[in-house]
Design a protein around this ligand. Structure first.
Ligand SMILES: CC(C)(COP(=O)(O)OP(=O)(O)OC[C@H]1O[C@@H](n2cnc3c(N)ncnc32)[C@H](O)[C@@H]1OP(=O)(O)O)[C@@H](O)C(=O)NCCC(=O)NCCS
Length: 180
């Protein structure tokens, strides 16, 4: 699949980039250096520009393979990376995926994640024909819970146990959004 761009007016969703015109690597390093991101998004360790470059290249490969649609949430005027949203574990035959998001710590609480993820969901249901999109968050990640609520996800009975980035074990809530 070719990366798809979405113009939301306030935000511009595009593939993550690390080239001579647009370079998201520094913002990716800052995003994943943030203690909140580290705590709530375990399993991704990005310490420097080289690591961010590997991450961005992986996202590009996932677009091509049809495994994951990922978008840099960019400021439409400056092109600056404000965060990332995505539909991962894409299964077009089953009509399923799982949502993901993080935002740069400097710009949280301004509606960035919920607006961008809402658009990703509309793309998933409308353009990709998905039927169900899951959203998982650690129970005490209240900002993430609010994003899920604002995007229309509803809690399922399913609860999982998982290890946070700081090593603590916590319940993981599973929510779902379905095509209207
Ligand atoms: C979760 C995250 C993506 C939200 O990004 P964001 O751009 O700030 O999201 P939004 O502004 O769209 O919405 C955040 C909502 O959470 C609320 N919120 C933030 N901190 C909160 C807290 N401690 N308790 C309750 N609500 C909280 C905000 O007030 C806002 O709700 P509102 O619009 O009703 O006021 C961001 O905090 C982040 O990157 N966290 C670290 C990584 C992460 O947790 N990713 C999700 C993994 S499941």
């Amino acid at each position: 699949m070719e990366p798809v761009e979405i113009n939301l007016g306030l935000y511009y969703l595009r593939a993550l980039r690390a080239d001579d015109r647009v370079d998201d690597r520094a913002a990716v390093v800052e995003g994943f250096a943030d203690p909140e991101t580290r705590r709530w998004v375990p399993g991704i360790q990005i310490d420097d520009l080289a690591g961010a470059g590997v991450y961005i290249a992986r996202r590009a490969k996932e677009w091509t393979a049809g495994e994951r649609c990922s978008w840099a949430v960019a400021d439409p005027t400056t092109g600056e990376l404000l965060g990332e949203v995505g539909l991962k574990d894409l299964d077009l035959a089953a009509g399923t995926a799982e949502a993901s998001c993080w935002t740069h710590p400097a710009g949280r609480g301004r509606g960035t994640a919920s607006h961008a993820l809402g658009a990703a969901l509309r793309f998933g249901f409308g353009a990709l024909g998905l039927e169900r999109v899951l959203y998982r968050h650690f129970e005490s990640n209240l900002a993430s819970a609010r994003v899920a609520e604002k995007c229309g996800f509803e809690r399922t009975e399913q609860v999982e146990q998982a290890v946070r980035g700081d090593g603590a074990e916590e319940r993981m809530v599973v929510l779902v959004a379905t095509r209207c």
